[in-house]
Design a protein around this ligand. Structure first.
Ligand SMILES: [Zn+2]
Length: 110
C-alpha cells in the first residue's frame, strides 16, 4: 500500500466534498396515467415513453403481485433428511446459562 505524500488538510477535504451532496431528482407526470415519472425514462406504471408502449408492464404487475403476497412457509416431510437440532441447542445454551446464574446468586445471598 502506498503512503500519501502529505496529509490532506481539513480545508482540502471539505472543498472536495462540497460537490458530493445529492440533488433531488426532477419528477414529472406521465401523460398516459398521471403517475409520477422520472424524466427521460419510461413510465414504470404504464410502460409508455413519448407516447409509445416501450415496456411490457404486464410482467411487472404479475411480479409485484407475487412479491406483495406473504411467502408461505415451505412445508416438507423430514423422512429422508435431518435438519439437526441447531435451533434447539441454542435454546438449551440459553437456559443453561440462566440456570448457572441462579444458584450463584442464591449462594451469595445465604
Ligand atoms: Zn404512465
Amino acid at each position: 500500500m502506498s503512503v500519501p505524500a502529505s496529509k490532506k488538510s481539513r480545508s482540502a477535504v471539505r472543498r472536495r466534498r462540497s460537490h458530493h451532496a445529492m440533488k433531488a431528482q426532477n419528477v414529472g407526470i406521465c401523460a398516459g396515467c398521471q403517475a409520477p415519472l422520472v424524466s427521460h425514462q419510461a413510465c414504470t406504471t404504464c410502460g409508455f415513453y413519448k407516447g409509445k408502449q416501450v415496456v411490457d408492464v404486464s410482467r411487472n404487475t404479475a411480479r409485484l403481485v407475487k412479491r406483495a403476497q406473504p411467502a408461505a412457509p415451505q412445508a416438507h416431510d423430514h423422512a429422508d433428511h435431518d435438519h439437526g437440532d441447531h435451533d434447539q441447542s441454542k435454546k438449551q445454551k440459553n437456559t443453561k446459562s440462566k440456570t448457572k446464574l441462579l444458584p450463584a446468586t442464591e449462594e451469595k445471598a445465604s
